[in-house]
Design a protein around this ligand. Structure first.
Ligand SMILES: Nc1ncnc2c1ncn2[C@@H]1O[C@H](COP(=O)(O)OP(=O)(O)OP(=O)(O)O)[C@@H](O)[C@H]1O
Length: 250
């Protein structure tokens, strides 16, 4: 077995005296896609932030592979519309990045050629892809996505996850993502981890979808949507960047 890219060992986190996470453990192997699901307020974002070292731990530890490069796509990024900034400039913050790097990342993220656009003029789907481009500029070995498809419609979210799979394949990076998109997320993952302050259950998507703990939280609707996601994989749309058109996803 290869060494993990990152491992959380018995993480316990308290915020303002309240225990948010209790002894959560997870290991991620290179090029693996792990999805974290869980109800609102179950500690998913806190867990991701702990992985990047942004939250103090009450106990436990995070082990990162030496020199690990992490790309992070936050849940939401509010930009001040009074401060215009082009995509190109945004990607060069906080430091200048070469044109070749930018072109490559934009193309991998599925938004080639939008460099001169204003960030505030982008559609929701394009904006999220620019955040993805930013996260992969440094060719991360681990990509963390915190509800990166928030605000996208279901076909848009499915296209985004397909793009993530392509990025994983091309860059060979591991991916840990938090998602509420149960309709599309399960089949995109090698492993699913169901979090509710502690780990309720984990395993292959089909295994988790069948687990009583998971069903208690999310009901039984996921089975059919696994098939739906596969259906969406079975046909490609050219330039899968924008899927404003619904095509019978529901
Ligand atoms: N900085 C903070 N100060 C106080 N409470 C916090 C802070 N960060 C998180 N919490 C609390 O920790 C709990 C877990 O929050 P977290 O954002 O990790 O959950 P989540 O599973 O990502 O939720 P959601 O699905 O709604 O995004 C919540 O009750 C939240 O209010």
């Amino acid at each position: 077995m290869t060494s993990p890219v990152i491992a959380a060992r018995d993480l316990t986190i308290r915020i303002e005296g309240r225990e948010i996470l209790h002894k959560v453990s997870m290991t991620v192997q290179p090029a693996e896609i792990v999805t974290i699901v869980g109800p609102n307020g179950s500690g998913k974002s806190t867990f991701l932030r702990a992985l990047i070292g942004a939250v103090p731990l009450a106990s436990g530890r995070v082990e990162r592979a030496p020199g690990l490069r992490i790309g992070y796509v936050p849940q939401k990024l509010a930009l001040d519309s009074a401060l215009p900034i082009t995509v190109r400039r945004f990607l060069s913050l906080p430091r200048r990045i070469s044109d070749d790097r930018v072109t490559d990342a934009m193309s991998r993220a599925g938004v080639p050629g939008l460099e001169s656009r204003q960030m505030t003029d982008l559609s929701g789907g394009q904006f999220q892809r620019v955040l993805l481009a930013r996260a992969i500029l440094e060719r991360p070995q681990l990509l963390l996505l915190d509800e990166a498809t928030q605000g996208l419609d279901q076909p848009g979210a499915a296209a985004f996850y397909q793009r993530i799979e392509e990025v994983r394949r091309d860059l060979g990076c591991a991916v840990v993502m938090v998602s509420h998109d149960l309709h599309v997320v399960m089949a995109a993952s090698d492993r699913v981890l169901c979090l509710n302050g502690h780990i309720c259950c984990e395993g292959a998507p089909e295994v988790v979808a069948d687990a009583p703990e998971y069903r208690a939280l999310f009901g039984t609707g996921t089975k059919g949507t696994l098939a739906l996601y596969r259906h969406q994989h079975s046909h490609r749309h050219d330039a899968d960047c924008e899927h404003d058109n619904s095509h019978g996803a529901d």
